[in-house]
Design a protein around this ligand. Sequence first.
Ligand SMILES: [Zn+2]
Length: 82
Amino acid sequence: MKPKIHPEYKEITVICSCGNKFKTKSVLGRELHVEVCSNCHPFYTGKQKVMDTAGRVEKFRQRYGKATAGPQVAKGAAGKGA
Ligand SMILES: [Zn+2]
């Protein structure tokens, strides 16, 4: 690699909104603040964390719920020669 054209790839501290901190490598050069980490993400904690302000999720379901019930899938690939 040529010198002085590549950003510095060094260790930084990532700080999560849950209070968790961990180190990673980045070219960012400063602390990184994140909202979720592997420690508090719903996937890992098993807890549901839905930010449903003003019932947007419910409105979406009412509007598009029927449309997603049964989309017609084209069966053009049917009849492959045995
Ligand atoms: Zn976290």
